[in-house]
Design a binder for this molecule. Structure first.
Ligand code: ATP
Ligand code: MG
Length: 426
């Protein structure tokens, strides 16, 4: 036997036992976001490397060390998308959908980052992203957050996640803060972790994110971003908080929340959970009014977020929140014995699908002994098994076995649909 080819590390198959949960989550999200008027956009998995360098930012974790970048046969540098916002802006702007217009968009699909795989962190993972363009006021930030709260409620997750909120101000206020932060931290340079030492020059805001204990200790007395926030961003933030309060969406202001991507300004937020260990953030986003222009388009405000699908599924699984109706099931299993009954079983199956009940009807394929077929019926988990042999066919009937009680009833072939409709209602 030749050696089997294995999947790439950190890139997972979604197997039949799990795919119904994925479909349930995707369906629920689509229902909620479309209910707020968001339309789906689909863009390629591969883009010019330049898009992410310029869009996400050269000194971010993603661009510095996580991208899957390769040259295609023409020598052009391409990258498997590590996130969706830059691509979404590229696609919408290229189609002329952004400048001077309001767009509410969402997307879903795989993203790729070269990270150390662990629970809730993979190299191919999936995001559902929502982006709103052309609206500069805090009411749209609030709409997005309220929409996510509705989604958590629908999924049964609301009490298991917490909203963290911050404002990181305009670029000008961040620049003043960065200068003050660098001046302060430079005095303690040797006591910072090596990543943070490097970030002093490249991306000092990210030092606030450091998990290193010594760095965190030094940060305790560092200047606070809060004190540098400009008036415009403060007014924006206050109004956002007010709308959330009025709508009973609780939040915690986390002054340390800066987010890892360069394009954010003003609002940033994360929904976090205590159930997933270090991979605690299930949804993250913020405002990015400068991004469209940074990517060569005409200035258009934007705000959005992305959810990590794998983390949400882990959460639903762990908390046992997947409703039974979302799991794959068999309603009716059909067993037939002999050539003519086999032919008739097709008609019976199609007749059951013609009604409006949306049943899952499985025909036993490939024949087999009665005993064997009944074993398969049992294993399928079907509610009812229909049995069609020569005798039944000659009388124009079939046997209906209720698999939960073992009771068997004879029923005219024309009446099976009606009979089952009544039974399923019980
Ligand atoms: P983290 O701090 O966990 O690395 P991030 O800030 O890099 O997250 P974003 O770029 O904001 O993440 O992506 C939005 C969401 O996508 C995250 O909150 C998370 O739920 C999910 N996500 C990000 N990276 C991964 C990954 N490698 N595997 C699985 N989910 C991920
Ligand atoms: Mg990351």
């Amino acid at each position: 036997m030749s050696r089997k080819v294995q999947a790439i590390r950190g890139m997972n198959d979604i197997l039949p036992g799990q795919s119904s949960i994925w479909q349930y989550l995707e369906r629920t999200v689509a229902d909620v976001v479309q209910g707020y008027g968001y339309q789906q956009i689909r863009f390629p998995v591969v883009e010019s490397t330049d898009l992410f360098k310029r869009g996400v930012g050269e000194s971010t974790d993603i661009v510095e060390k996580e991208m899957y970048t390769f040259n295609d046969r023409n020598g052009e540098s391409l990258t498997l998308r590590p996130e969706g916002t830059a691509s979404c802006v590229r696609a919408a702007d290229q189609a002329g959908l952004l400048f001077n217009q309001v767009q509410r968009l969402w997307y879903t699909g795989p993203m790729f980052r070269y990270e150390r795989p662990q629970k809730g962190r993979y190299r191919q993972f999936h995001q559902i992203g929502v982006e709103a363009f052309g609206m500069a006021t805090p009411d749209i930030d609030a709409e997005l957050i309220i929409l996510t709260a509705r989604l958590w409620k629908k999924l049964g997750l609301l009490e298991h996640v917490e909203l963290q909120l911050n404002t990181i101000g305009l670029a000008s206020s961040r620049d003043l803060f960065k200068a003050a932060l660098v001046a302060y931290l430079s005095e303690f340079k040797d006591q910072l972790d090596t990543d943070s030492q490097r970030r002093l020059d490249t991306n000092p805001l990210r030092i606030l994110d450091s998990k290193d204990a010594s760095t965190q200790r030094i940060l305790e007395n560092a200047p606070s971003l809060e004190d540098f926030i400009d008036e415009e961003s403060q007014v924006h933030f206050d109004r956002l908080k007010q709308i959330l309060e009025e709508n009973n969406v609780p939040f915690t202001v986390n002054n340390g929340l800066v987010r890892g991507l360069d394009y954010y300004g003003k609002t940033v937020f994360e929904w976090v959970t205590t159930h997933l260990g270090a991979q605690a953030t299930v949804c993250a986003g913020g405002r990015y009014d400068g991004l469209v222009e940074q990517l060569g388009g005409r200035s258009t405000p934007g705000v959005g977020f992305a959810m990590g699908v794998e983390r949400l599924i882990l959460l639903l699984d762990e908390l046992d929140l997947v409703p039974e109706s979302a799991q794959a099931r068999v309603d009716v299993f059909i067993v037939s014995l002999g050539d003519a009954p086999e032919l008739a079983s097709f008609k019976l199956a199609e007749q059951l699908k013609d009604n409006e009940n949306d049943w899952t009807v499985l025909r036993q394929c490939g024949g087999g002994s009665f005993k064997n077929q009944m074993k398969k019926a049992d294993k399928s988990g079907a509610r009812f098994t229909l049995i069609l042999g020569e005798d039944e066919l000659s009388k124009g009937v079939c046997q209906i076995k209720d698999m939960s009680t073992g009771m068997q009833t004879e029923c005219g072939l024309d009446l099976v649909s009606n009979y089952l409709t009544q039974e399923f209602k019980k």
